[in-house]
Design a protein around this ligand. Structure first.
Ligand code: FUB
Length: 359
């Protein structure tokens, strides 16, 4: 073999070796992989919460909050949820290893944000990925932001300003079968929805009386550019079995935070957290705008105060992504994302998940 040929084959062998190394995420110190098991923490190297799961390019991507340690004592404003960045998780399929990707977005790279990166979601349109997230602005008011990337795992580049007219927390985006995108959002207590009852932020507020309709989550169509709402947000009406709005005092059924919409057999399912009663409940309707009629519970209270989820179809089966604080031994602000399969009965009722694994 000539010297030139020898150099070339050594070079090719080295390149092949490097390719193998860079394709193995476990070798990258920013990425840890673990094998998923139902009802167990999907990743254990970091704390993750509020999972929004999607299938993009036939893979599963999970957009969670990235929980962090803090000295802040728990309070009703949620100051102890002091998150500062996002990391995306992915799986090639439901049984594949979970990859923790490098930081997708850091609070220091969001020009308008002051503190607290809470529950995000993501959407894809024409090969662009959009990360929707809540953060307090420099005036300490929660707004919704958008960041863009050409890869589902990021890194994402934040828009310079929050979405015009946005407020409160927990954005989630539902893409309907006609390719219309709907933004849902809202959360009471620390989520500040109660501060916006008159169309502007008011530091002084009161909740509706117990017998009055509860504060409802919001929905608006997204504009074609995915960066703003195409219309003024409207209430997502949640009704009881008699068709009456669920009342503020009905805290086992009224909306608290964590809006999520999916469609099963032509029916829209609106699921959400009941907050201080710690459940994931759901209601169904025939339009993405609602109204939605209360149906029952998807997930009973988990370890930790908060309950937050998403529901995703993958290869004909349905999965619930949720979190609990079992790995941190009950520390409410240090949660771990988990998943479980959910089943519907013949009438389309979701069978509640009531059994848990404590890690
Ligand atoms: O993770 C911070 C907040 O806690 C979320 O925005 C809420 O939904 C609750 O899970």
């Amino acid at each position: 073999m000539s010297k030139l040929l020898m150099f070339m084959s050594v070079g090719i062998a080295l390149m092949a070796c490097q390719e193998t190394i860079s394709k193995n995420p476990a070798e990258d110190k920013n990425q840890q992989t673990t094998k998923p098991k139902f009802k167990q923490a999907l990743v254990t190297d970091i704390y993750t919460a509020d999972p929004s799961a999607h299938v993009f390019n036939n893979k599963i991507y999970i957009y969670p909050s990235h929980d962090v340690e803090t000295d802040i004592k728990p309070n009703h404003h949620g100051d102890h949820f002091a998150m500062r960045d996002y990391k995306v998780l992915s799986m090639d399929s439901i049984n594949s290893e979970v990859i923790t990707h490098p930081t997708a977005l850091d609070i220091n790279d969001i020009p308008w944000a002051g503190r607290q990166l809470w529950a995000p979601d993501a959407a894809e349109k024409n090969g662009q990925y959009y990360l929707y997230f809540p953060a307090r602005d420099k005036q300490d008011i929660f707004r919704l932001g958008v960041a863009k990337s050409d890869k589902p795992e990021g890194p994402f580049v934040a828009e310079p300003n929050p979405m015009p007219g946005s407020y409160s927390i927990d954005p989630s985006v539902y893409k309907d079968s006609d390719n219309t995108y709907y933004l849902y959002f809202g959360g009471i207590w620390g989520g500040q929805l109660q501060n916006w009852q008159n169309g502007k932020f008011e530091a002084e507020f009161s909740y509706p009386a117990d017998k009055e309709p509860a504060l409802m989550p919001k929905v608006a169509k997204l504009a074609g550019n995915m960066l703003e709402m195409a219309e003024k947000p409207r209430d997502v009406m949640l009704l009881d079995e008699s068709g009456e709005p669920i009342t503020q005092g009905d805290n086992h059924r009224r909306f608290f935070e964590a809006a999520w919409v999916h469609k099963y057999k032509g029916t829209y399912y609106f699921s959400y957290s009941t907050g201080d009663t710690h459940k994931i409940a759901y209601a169904t309707g025939s339009s993405p705008y609602g109204p939605f009629t209360y149906q029952g519970v998807v997930l009973e209270p988990v370890i930790g105060w908060t309950n937050h989820h998403s529901i995703m179809e993958y290869q004909g089966k349905w999965y619930l992504f949720y979190h609990d604080s079992s790995l941190s031994k009950g520390q409410t602000h240090l949660r771990s994302v988990k998943m479980a399969e959910i089943k519907y009965d013949a009438q389309g009722k979701i069978q509640a998940i009531t059994d848990f694994v404590e890690n």
